[in-house]
Design a protein around this ligand. Structure first.
Ligand SMILES: Nc1ncnc2c1ncn2[C@@H]1O[C@H](COP(=O)(O)OP(=O)(O)OP(=O)(O)O)[C@@H](O)[C@H]1O
Length: 318
């Protein structure tokens, strides 16, 4: 529990966020917290706002907020850099469907990283921030895969998750980059629909190819995509040596396989969940970015633009 003096400071920030919310026409408050506090007081002081507590480090903070009937999310894995925490908190808030993509938000967070409850207040539009986050996060992934290829694959995955096929949701996976090693660590799982086509016709930079891929995405297995965006093979089953992976509850064999291949090779796995439509991007065995169906309308690919209200951003690590 936060000591009394720090709680006093914290609630001064809450009062300030009320004023800022009014001035900026914001309707929601995101509070990033490392420690528990007086939840009843928080609820009372923020009755006019949609409040979401983002537990940055501890499941206990998340649990106690939930028990006090304060909406909360727990970041999937601890992130040390406070700027990354805010980025991840924004993604998590949309992922858990707590925030609508058009919301205007106030966020309270500790930018010093020294364990203070809160030392920074910021106001931003969720739509704009999501657009910036996604482009920036992908750009910063430490990978040899060019951003243009990642963009085209992620946009295709998002479209597949959103549209499904013939009214039915479908799940699939694209494994991008390091394609020779990925070929070695996978086996055919069915008819390879790209076999025999020339490279140009297998390029995902071509709209016709993307439409064709959507048609066959419902088949079992995954697509192997080289760094330049060419589909090297389809309907492949990942068969990679076992690795130790921590996975969010509810994710099954497709996601495990994606995480494992991203751990055992330099490839990035882009996985579309059939059950939720969520797209997860795995690198080195971990989810580095998650895109939810709700968020999709807000996806824009553009250069990050710094605004004075938002602190400098670096990509989330998980
Ligand atoms: N090793 C693998 N390589 C490629 N694809 C796989 C692999 N294992 C499972 N899949 C794909 O995942 C499908 C089964 O998904 P399952 O429900 O077990 O996973 P999940 O991670 O819960 O994904 P979803 O959220 O889409 O249901 C299979 O039909 C197959 O197409």
């Amino acid at each position: 529990m936060l000591p009394a003096k720090e709680q006093k400071n914290f609630f001064a920030f809450v009062d300030a966020s009320q004023k800022l919310a009014k001035a900026t026409d914001s309707d929601a408050l995101l509070v990033l917290l490392e420690r528990e506090l007086n939840w009843a007081r928080l609820s009372k002081k923020t009755a006019n706002l949609e409040v979401l507590v983002v537990a940055t480090h501890s499941e206990q903070v998340y649990q106690s907020a939930i028990e006090a009937e304060v909406k909360s999310v727990l970041l999937e894995s601890p992130i040390i850099d406070p700027r990354d925490q805010l980025a991840q908190a924004v993604l998590a808030s949309v992922a858990e469907a707590h925030m609508k993509s058009g919301s205007k938000l106030i966020a309270l967070f500790d930018s010093s990283g020294d364990g203070d409850a809160v030392d920074t207040i910021t106001a931003f539009s969720l739509t704009e921030k999501l657009g910036r986050l996604t482009a920036r996060d992908l750009r910063q992934l430490k990978t040899n895969v060019p951003l243009e290829t990642l963009k085209v694959v992620v946009d295709l995955a998002v479209a597949i998750g959103r549209e499904g096929r013939e009214g039915k949701p479908i799940g699939t996976m694209f494994v991008v980059g390091d394609h020779r090693k990925v070929l070695e660590q996978s086996r055919p799982g069915g008819y390879d629909s790209v076999k025999g086509y020339n490279r140009k016709d297998r390029s995902l930079h071509d709209g016709k190819t993307r439409e064709g891929i959507k048609e066959v995405a419902q088949l079992d297995g995954m697509f192997i995509v080289s760094a330049d965006g060419t589909v090297e093979a389809s309907a492949r089953i990942i068969d990679t040596p076992p690795v130790e992976i921590t996975m969010t509850k509810g994710l099954g064999s497709r996601h495990f396989a994606g995480a494992a291949i991203s751990k055992n090779t330099k490839a990035i796995a882009v996985v579309v969940s059939q059950s939720s439509g969520t797209v997860r991007i795995f690198q080195d065995g971990e989810v580095v970015l998650r895109i939810e169906p709700l968020q999709r309308a807000a996806m824009k690919w553009k250069k990050p633009v710094q605004t004075s209200a938002v602190p400098p951003e670096t990509p989330p690590e998980a």
